[in-house]
Design a protein around this ligand. Structure first.
Ligand code: TXA
Ligand code: MG
Length: 348
């Protein structure tokens, strides 16, 4: 398959590109498009066969359900049975934007979207190109992150091209995704709202509009074989670059000394080392490659997946990362970093 790659100017939208993307979706094809979080790999979300193609292109386990994306709030009632009061509050406060809500689904939503669950995850993205494509297609669009299953989610069109070239019909390049981490997922179908995946809409932000929010244990740690996370995707290995990633915890000076000692060992053994750190520490590391996560947690979130992919491109053998505080967006950054590291920590 030849993958059509089209650059779109967000300030001056070329409607032909939007119509072409929508036409492919209508015919049951696959289109990758930008959102404010990460690039999505879209298919007609009401067409079971089109959705099955998504699993094939990504190499995704078939029990991992997809998020349905809407381009207008009026589409919601067609796919969900009810909108609980707390869901409405989340919608009013944060939609369109980087939060996904789990609802009881209508029968029209195919099993290949819901993974056989009686719920469906719905997201209303704020990204203009995403909304134009969804609305032009006239259907809700099922879209996981547009990466090969297990690899870091794509935050640039080049990342999508790297993973999906020849496997999908079209990639719409709308530039870098500003958030850079997948959407927050909140489940409001039970008594207490549950945070299933942390993102840029933080637990604290959600609690300010709906009160107490519980956090699914899979957000913090690796679950044992008999435990089931509520978002099936949270159990899979994820975000792993080819390099072996380790998180280093401790006082800042000790962390820097520890990592530098490891770098020295690695270079003696012929291994290339990468370090992911705060901007202010870049000059303190003696690694082959030192990549900056910026000065604040939002920048760290925006850069994380790009940095992990960059270490692959540089062919780093071992990567060490500083850690971040698990509050606000730091909960999401640490959730992805822990998964990238396979939950491997060392104390400095
Ligand atoms: O930001 C995002 O959400 C991106 C962009 C493209 O919108 N999409 C995304 O999709 O991250 P994906 O498929 O990579 O992650 C979807 C997650 C998975 O962990 C899946 O298990 C969970 O959502 N999920 C989907 N439907 C669910 C449901 N009904 N109940 C609980 N979790 C669900
Ligand atoms: Mg994903």
């Amino acid at each position: 398959m030849i993958t059509d790659f089209e650059k779109i100017d967000v300030e001056n939208i070329n409607n032909e590109i939007i119509e072409k993307a929508a036409g492919i979706l209508q015919k049951g094809g696959l289109v990758a498009f930008p959102t404010e979080t990460v690039y999505g790999l879209g298919a007609n979300g009401l067409n079971a066969e089109a959705c099955r193609k998504i699993y094939e292109a990504k190499g995704r386990p078939s029990d991992n359900p997809l998020i349905l994306h809407i381009g207008d709030i009026s589409q919601l009632k067609n796919i969900v049975l009810e909108v609980p009061e707390k869901a409405q509050k989340v919608i009013d406060a944060f939609w369109p934007g980087p939060v996904t809500i789990v609802f009881k689904k209508r029968d029209i939503v195919p099993d290949s979207v819901s993974g056989g669950l009686d719920t469906v995850a719905v997201r209303f993205p704020s990204n203009k190109v995403a909304r134009l494509i969804i609305n032009a297609s006239g259907v809700p669009v099922a879209a996981p992150s547009a990466n090969t299953s297990g690899k870091p989610s794509p935050t640039k069109a080049e990342h999508v091209l790297h993973d999906m070239k020849g496997k999908i019909d079209m990639i719409v390049d709308g530039g870098s995704c500003p958030v850079g981490l997948e959407s927050t997922i909140i489940d409001v179908t039970g008594d207490t709202p549950a945070l299933l995946r942390p993102g840029a809409v933080t637990k604290e932000m959600l609690e300010s509009v709906i009160g107490e929010v519980s956090v699914d244990p899979a957000v913090y740690k690796m679950l044992s074989k008999d435990q089931k996370p509520k978002a099936p995707g949270m159990k899979y290995k994820h975000y792993s670059p080819d390099a072996d990633v380790t998180l280093v915890v401790g006082d800042e000076k000790n962390v820097i000394d520890k990592i530098n000692a490891l770098c020295l060992d690695n270079s003696k053994n012929g291994f290339k080392t990468g370090v992911l750190c705060r901007e202010k520490n870049v000059d303190k590391y003696k690694a082959d490659y030192v990549l900056s996560a910026g000065n604040d947690i939002e920048t760290a979130g925006a850069r994380l997946f790009d940095i992990l992919r960059e270490f692959d491109a540089l062919k780093a053998d071992k990567v060490y990362s500083e850690v971040f505080e698990e509050s606000g967006e730091g909960l999401a950054v640490m959730n992805r970093l822990k998964k990238a590291a396979g939950h491997k920590f060392i104390e400095a």
